[in-house]
Design a protein around this ligand. Structure first.
Ligand SMILES: NC(=O)C1=CN([C@@H]2O[C@H](COP(=O)(O)OP(=O)(O)OC[C@H]3O[C@@H](n4cnc5c(N)ncnc54)[C@H](O)[C@@H]3O)[C@@H](O)[C@H]2O)C=CC1
Ligand SMILES: O=C(O)C(=O)COP(=O)(O)O
Length: 632
């Protein structure tokens, strides 16, 4: 980062200050007929791109575009109205910066002053700092051409104009087009920022001194105070395991640098990839181990786009001040529906019957086929999924029993069991819905299968390692289990391209599914909306609502204040130290929030915006500090 110094910012208008090309918008206002409009727009866009890419002289392009347009003076106010809401987001955000630095901000455009100035003046930009072409009109107000004496109506006009201004100090050009780069090429500017918030032109970006996806990035690059404490484009998010496009869109719109992978990554691959990643998005497959976290120099947050978080070393994340969020309810219903469907299929022997039909065998018989109505269902793990299954099963006439290691209230007429083995000896169908904590490894093994009633139906849609697979196989082969559904396995293939290997393959009346309990489009879309919003809220405000490993703090929106976020190892005295430091720096505290868990303390302090910045260094040095950041 360079030291702050007075520089002149020379800013392009079309597709830089605004998100669009103004003449394209004018076209949509002039042509009422949709077909005519589409043809004209296409032609104008083609010509604009040729000129922007440096393949057509600017004057030729301007003449051709105005000739196609046949616009009139009366269209100009309409154009201004249309452009006003289309000012680029980062320019809107940094309105104060533009106004406060109006002495050194210039607009340099090959567009037209008649519509440019009314837009930019609202951002404090001075009229005498706006350089652009001007229209010529006939007596009826029709736009017939442009002032050909204006240097900006010629190719190479921008460098020539900058030279004529004889500006003092450095000149930084911000633009999306080749003609903006030309100013730098001709040696009339010190730096060219290719502005890519609205369009990315490769042949412009290739020449840039710096590629800037937003004005925030340019201000940050120059150590100047903009609207954001940290430019969003510097936040890299890596999304693995085919996360629904809705989630990708949300983080793209937030302005993050997004990298997407359809499958999971191995530990080695992830160790390499994670180095410059600030946010990681995964599903149930990716193992975020201690070793991965040791490589995660910049990681602030992990989004598990699923329910289970046993694939993440949560303790290590907490120690490192990395927040973890999941989607605790979004696929609950999908799992429950699959469990209901499967228990009906199994009790009717459908997996075997279906297989026989495909082999040409017609086996019409009621032997070993039953209704689920009136049967006893035992649910192990009476959490969100277990409870919802309880409600639906009861509605179908099953008698529900449940067993949970924690105190869980019965829903409806469900019967709570205090002993797992006793419950297993009572029920006709058993369904596992525990979480995947390590201590749940093989909780269903020989002893539990032995305790089950003869002819039981067994389902596991929770985690693979909770069942002893060789023992399950024996129980199926012995006929103790007459129907079995397994959705989750101790070893699952890395991606759809890898083979599924399991000793459960080929067993009678056994449904094997590829961990799809939560794989419905509804669930995936809900998850993809829920998790990014939690992470974005954490990044923007520090809120940790619903975090699975951090003390949960829901924070008010930051207004006219700076926010200090201090994460530290939970040991006595740190809070007092923070407050002593704030007091000794004469800092006016406007609000303070603290929450701890057994590992970390999370302290948020909102302070008056005018403060001695030395305090930041001192806060970072407090012994036990894991992370410190400032938001505004
Ligand atoms: N197949 C799939 O695609 C999906 C699988 N899942 C799995 O289902 C699990 C459960 O999900 P939720 O119900 O939302 O979680 P939850 O956390 O609401 O419920 C889990 C319940 O299991 C209980 N429990 C934990 N260990 C136990 C044990 N040894 N014996 C008895 N009870 C025990 C807990 O006390 C808790 O009440 C998730 O953790 C995940 O691993 C979740 C979604 C989709
Ligand atoms: O939500 C969960 O815990 C699941 O097991 C679903 O995982 P998935 O997103 O399908 O990899």
């Amino acid at each position: 980062m360079t030291e702050s110094k007075v520089a002149n910012f020379v800013i392009d208008f079309d597709s830089t200050f605004t998100q669009v090309e103004a003449l394209d918008v004018l076209c949509t206002l002039v042509f009422q007929d949709e077909e005519e409009k589409a043809v004209a727009l296409k032609e104008i866009e083609r010509i604009t791109n040729l000129a922007m890419g440096g393949d057509l002289s600017f004057r030729e392009s301007l003449e051709s575009r105005l000739a196609i347009l046949k616009a009139n003076r009366k269209h100009i106010p309409l154009l201004i109205e249309s452009l006003r809401p289309l000012v680029s987001k980062s320019f809107r955000r940094n309105k104060n910066f533009l106004a406060e630095n109006s002495d050194s901000v210039y607009i340099l455009s090959n567009g037209f002053k008649e519509f440019i100035y009314p837009i930019v003046k609202e951002y404090g930009i001075k009229e005498e700092h706006v350089f652009a072409n001007t229209f010529e009109f006939d007596d009826e107000g029709n736009i017939t051409g442009f002032d050909k004496d204006n240097i900006l109506s010629r190719s190479g006009g921008k460098p020539a104009l900058i030279e004529s201004l004889k500006l003092e100090g450095e000149i930084f050009v911000i633009g999306d087009g080749y003609n903006d780069y030309e100013i730098r090429k001709e040696g009339k500017a010190n730096r060219f920022y290719a502005f890519t918030e609205n369009v990315e032109r490769k042949n412009v970006m290739d020449f840039a001194d710096h590629i800037a996806p937003s004005l925030d990035e340019i201000l940050y690059h120059n150590n100047m105070k903009g609207a954001l404490s940290y430019p969003k484009n510097r936040i890299k998010i890596l999304l693995l395991e085919n996360i629904h496009s809705r989630g990708v869109k949300i983080v793209e719109e937030e302005g993050y640098q997004v990298e997407v992978h359809p499958a999971g990554l191995s530990e080695d691959e992830l160790c390499e990839k994670i180095k410059d990643v600030s946010i990681l998005g995964i599903r149930s497959k990716t193992q975020v181990t201690k070793r991965v976290l040791e490589h995660a120099n910049r990681l602030m947050s992990i989004g598990a786009f699923c329910i289970g978080t046993n694939q993440i070393d949560l303790k290590e994340c907490t120690k490192r001040g990395i927040t973890v969020f999941n989607a605790p309810y979004s696929n609950t219903r999908s799992v429950v529906e699959l469990a209901i469907g499967e228990m009906i299929m199994l009790i009717r022997n459908l997996p075997d019957k279906i297989a026989s039909m495909h082999q040409g065998k017609w086996d019409k018989s009621a032997k070993n086929s039953f209704e689920v109505r009136g049967k006893k269902l035992g649910i192990i793990g009476y959490g969100n999924i277990g409870k919802q299954l309880s409600v639906l099963a009861e509605a179908m006439g099953l008698q529900v029993y449940y067993y949970d290691i924690d105190e869980r209230l019965a829903i409806g007429n469900a019967i709570k069991c205090t002993s797992l083995n006793e419950m297993l000896g009572e029920v006709d169908i058993v369904s596992l819905h525990v979480d995947g904590r390590d201590s749940n490894t093989n909780i269903i093994g020989k002893e539990q299968f032995d305790a089950m009633k003869e002819g039981i139906i067994f389902m596991n849609l929770s985690r693979g390692h909770v069942v002893d697979i060789p023992e399950l196989k024996k129980a199926i082969e012995s006929g103790k289990i007459t129907g079995c559904a397994v959705d989750v396995f101790p070893e699952e293939p890395y991606s759809n391209a890898h083979e599924f290997i399991s000793e459960l393959k080929g067993l009678p009346n056994t449904i094997l599914t590829p961990h799809i309990g939560g794989s419905t489009l509804e669930a995936q879309e809900n998850i993809a909306e829920f998790v990014p919003n939690k992470i974005i809220s954490y990044i923007n405000s520090g809120s940790t609502t619903n975090s699975v490993n951090f003390p949960n703090l829901t924070l008010p929106k930051l207004q006219d204040a700076h926010r200090f976020i201090h994460i530290h190892h939970n040991k006595p005295g740190i809070m007092a130290e923070i407050n002593n430091i704030l007091a000794s720096h004469n800092i006016n505290v406007m609000g303070q929030y603290l929450k701890t868990n057994e590992t970390v303390g999370y302290v948020i302090t909102d302070i008056d915006t005018d403060y001695n910045k030395d305090v930041i260094k001192v806060m970072k040095k407090i012994e036990g500090t894991i992370r410190f950041r400032v938001l505004y």
